[in-house]
Design a binder for this molecule. Structure first.
Ligand SMILES: Nc1ncnc2c1ncn2[C@@H]1O[C@H](COP(=O)(O)OP(=O)(O)OP(=O)(O)O)[C@@H](O)[C@H]1O
Ligand SMILES: [Mg+2]
Length: 366
């Protein structure tokens, strides 16, 4: 899969931009605050309909404009599809080949993009919420059903919480129906997350070893659910767990268990690095996590994601920079930003298409 053409209308500091790309490594070079990240962000928006760095869609609209549009031609298996995301004050609209889709959720999982940016350190250093949203975004990219189940889960959770909060005398028949619904959705989400983490672990060890030359890495999924063979066993396990907290839930007037409290942690040489670990270790672990995702896309889903690397080279040592090359020179389309070409390995620069960015103007280099 690769992005052939990108058109931005009133996006961030771009007024009207049209760029053509090859299935190659594309490097955006420019000083600070010129619009490098904005381009990567727009590609992310094209894939996921939202930004990786703000939850306020309207921030994407160029100041003093009424709307923004990101349009892209994406080639996959020799077929080109046109995608469009429009954002204005009223919300957003998405279309595929000029056909508007009723639901934004049905647009997702079509363009596979993986972003690596400095803020990703929050996946390790931030709260469980940061880590859960990482799960949710990444698994949604692979599986559109996950998007639906997650939204159903949140709806049932909300209803259940409202009921606990507002009801003096719980009607057990009704409450048990809600709990059973929640249990089924818990199981689906748990299994998807568990399988995602298992797949990550299948690839991340080798990647980490190849890049750092040492140490072992492991991602651990922390859930209140214990794995069992069958869905039926899982169902009974969860029924027992919810029964066990029933009195407390009634007392505290809130749902106390569920995958909305899940977390995961990363271990290097058996030490949890969420609290320990150097900045460099954090950065490399997250990078390896993302590179492992690429392997999942390629090996398990036969998909080639578009890789977006925002300013990742400035803080890596030379050895790691060199070792990363083999993962990004693997026939993927890659977008890299940097303030300085010297930060990037000569081997990468040699074959790349270079774009210079100055105050929202892009010129193609030789
Ligand atoms: N909605 C908006 N309307 C107009 N300009 C915007 C908007 N949002 C951001 N900008 C401008 O975009 C510029 C920042 O762009 P971007 O984050 O892409 O910079 P960058 O080239 O990646 O810089 P750095 O090297 O510091 O990361 C800033 O000048 C900012 O004022
Ligand atoms: Mg930037």
């Amino acid at each position: 899969m690769f992005l052939k053409k990108l058109t931005l209308k009133k996006f961030r500091n771009y007024d009207d931009l049209e760029l053509n790309f090859d299935k190659n490594i594309n490097i955006f070079i420019g000083n600070n605050a010129q619009g490098k990240t904005n381009i990567l962000e727009s590609i992310y928006v094209l894939a996921l309909t939202k930004s990786h760095r703000t939850s306020k869609d309207t921030y994407l609209i160029k100041q003093n404009s009424l709307f923004t549009k990101v349009i892209g031609d994406v080639e996959d298996n020799n077929e080109t599809t046109n995608y469009e995301v429009l954002i204005n004050n009223e919300g957003k609209r998405v279309s595929v080949n000029s056909n508007p889709l009723k639901k934004v959720s049905s647009y997702l999982s079509r363009i596979n993009a993986i972003m690596f940016c400095p803020d990703d350190l929050e996946i390790i250093k931030g709260t469980p919420l940061n880590r859960r949203s990482f799960f949710n975004v990444e698994i949604s990219g692979l599986n559109n059903d996950y998007v639906r189940y997650l939204s159903d889960y949140n709806k049932v959770l909300k209803t259940r919480n409202e009921y606990l909060k507002t009801t003096e005398k719980i009607d057990l028949d009704y409450f048990n129906i809600l709990t059973d619904k929640l249990i089924k959705l818990n199981i689906y989400i748990y299994k998807e997350r568990n399988s995602f983490v298992n797949k990550i672990n299948k690839y991340i060890k080798d990647i980490y070893k190849n890049i750092t030359g040492k140490e072992s890495i492991l991602v651990k999924y922390d859930s209140f659910i214990e794995n069992e063979e069958s869905d039926e066993d899982l169902f009974y396990q969860l029924q027992r767990k919810y029964e066990g907290v029933f009195n407390n839930e009634v007392f505290q007037k809130v749902t106390l268990l569920g995958v909305h409290k899940d977390d995961f942690s990363i271990y290097i040489d058996d030490v949890k690095i969420n609290n320990y670990g150097s900045q460099g270790q954090h950065r490399v672990s997250i990078l390896c996590l993302k590179l492992a995702e690429i392997e999942i896309y390629k090996n398990e889903f036969n998909k080639e994601p578009i890789l977006l690397l925002d300013d990742i080279f400035s803080e890596l040592d030379k050895i790691k920079k060199t070792n990363i090359i083999k993962y990004i020179e693997n026939g993927l389309q890659v977008f890299i930003t940097s303030t300085d070409l010297d930060n990037i390995s000569k081997k990468i620069v040699k074959n790349a298409d270079i774009f210079k960015i100055e105050d929202g103007k892009v010129t193609r280099g030789e």
